[in-house]
Design a binder for this molecule. Sequence first.
Ligand SMILES: [Zn+2]
Length: 276
Amino acid sequence: MPEGHVVHVDARRFGQRLRGHTVRASSPQGRFAAGAAALDGRRLTAAEAYGKHLFLRFGGRSGPPLLHVHLGLIGGWNWYDGSGELLAGRRFRGPDDSAVRLRLRAGRGAAVVTAELRGAMLCELIDMEHAAMIHTRLGPDPIRGNADSRRGWERLHRSSAALGTLLLRQDVVAGAGLIWRCEAPFAAHIDPRRPGRAVTEIEWQAIWAALQTMMRAAVRRGGAERTTRSEHRASWGDELYLFRRGGEPCRVCGTPIESQQMGGRLVWWCPSCQPY
Ligand SMILES: [Zn+2]
């Protein structure tokens, strides 16, 4: 599932490549035909991510001002240049217009840029009040500069659920997913099975700081997730500490990494580095 940093990378790409441009919008698949017609010919004025939600704002008066997209489990944006060369996203075999929910295109000649949306859980036009309601439901987003981490703490420290489960809840941390719920507790030296109410406020601040550092770095890298610190790179390379490494030695202490199901998906931890 695309995590929040991927959506922030999408928002940056829209900001850099299409903001200020009048876009041609279409829905080759047909499922968003009315929405695309309402966007066609309007100017993209702003692109913003909040957690896993992307908001694209359009000028003009012909419809609701915001396009709201949630990628869900398998959604993603593909970017192409004027010659059809893939700039970013996944490569698909052959033409597959039947899967393109929304195509946005701007520019002329060689400067044409195209963004195509496939497989999204949500793609809808909404007004500002609806967007404000979505923002209110979400917890703080570690990538956003104005995030108030205490809002996440208020929800986390009252819960008996495991830390690793709580970090997936979007009203606790907006944008965190399966990777960060492993890597952030590792950086903060806390077992992800520990109940939220047994996490101290100082520990929460360490988890939050780790989320900010890791997720913002992933945005700067264009979406690539890495957490290994410089002192461990010489022996281990530039990779993640725990994610999908069950049974392998911890990159810090060598203890075999453990895993179990948590919230329907695997979570990994080092039993030596992360006390319960
Ligand atoms: Zn360890």
